[in-house]
Design a protein. Sequence first.
Length: 132
Amino acid sequence: METYAKKQFKFRGKTLEELKALSVREFAKLTKSRQRRTILRQFQKIENFVSRAKTKLSKKKAIKTHLRDIIIVPQLIGMKILVYNGKDFVPVLITEEMLGHFLGEFSLTRTRVKHGSAGVGATKGTRSQSKH
């Protein structure tokens, strides 16, 4: 039986090591137009977030953030970030496939509705029970 080696990850023809060596602005040139525009407008905000995240990791603290509009850059790969969704912080483990996406895409703000059963008196069948 043959075992296949895991295919090496590449983003626009560059390996993960090459991507981590790039600055935020150089990485922007490899992304699609919407993400490139966002990165170039907020590159200082992204760089500050990355440096803050690295210092918190060195102190073994959880990285909590409300910044859902940050584009995921190669320096964030492997980090576990708690992203606020409006109610609580959702843990997001950043992988290679998330490059170029927004942090908020992985912390959903709307959950699936789980309807319970109707209460007493809410339906015609239970109306007679509620008068006792």
